[in-house]
Write a protein that binds this ligand. Structure first.
Ligand SMILES: [Zn+2]
Ligand SMILES: [Zn+2]
Length: 187
């Protein structure tokens, strides 16, 4: 499936710091395919040094989301930033991603999605699956979806990478219906 260009993009993916182009392209096509919304890879953004917490050696999702808010255009309902840096929110040790609930911006990190992080061998396919699941999850939050109790639904909360691996890269029927319904409301 190729990227549709016949109408304005619904999601723009921005690399935040260096991210391999092939990964971003795969993500754009997967999101477009699974959500039936157009998705483009946008401009690179600088590594968010402004969001770094020196004590935690991690980056604050809140500060990144505030900054991303400025990138929203009238033609996109969602800005999705992808980064290699390790993300946190104050109450958690780390997060795979974060979104503004019913907002326009989300950020996801490859840092803890890479098998190497857990001492496993590099596995591009596994990394891409984890990335797509994380992106769909955060897009769901952006449309106001909350966590789902079904372990295989992509809206199930991932507190560990095993949770992510146990999910489908798709919504359960209930969450999918809600996703579609909310999506129509944004058009
Ligand atoms: Zn969540
Ligand atoms: Zn669900």
């Amino acid at each position: 499936m190729s990227i549709r260009t016949d109408h304005p993009p619904g999601v723009i993916i921005h690399p935040l710091g260096p991210v391999p182009a092939s990964i971003l392209q795969h993500l754009a096509i997967s999101v477009q395919d699974r959500c039936q919304i157009s998705c483009l890879v946008g401009e690179s953004m600088e590594n968010p040094g402004y969001a770094q917490d020196p004590e935690r050696e991690q980056y604050s999702c809140k500060r990144i989301l505030q900054q991303l808010h400025r990138c929203c255009t009238p033609h996109s309902w969602q800005v999705l930033a992808v980064t290699e840096i390790d993300l946190f929110v104050p109450i958690l040790k780390y997060v795979f991603g974060a979104a503004q609930m019913e907002g326009r911006c989300a950020v996801i990190s490859l840092h803890r999605l890479r098998p190497q992080f857990y001492g496993d061998e590099e596995d591009e396919q596994l990394l891409l699956e984890r990335l797509v699941k994380t992106a769909l999850h955060e897009l769901g939050h952006s449309l106001g979806l909350t966590h789902c109790r079904r372990r295989t639904c992509v809206m199930y909360s991932s507190t560990r990478i095993d949770d992510t691996d146990a999910k489908m890269a798709d919504f359960c029927p209930t969450c999918r219906e809600l996703f579609r319904w909310r999506l129509q409301g944004t058009g």
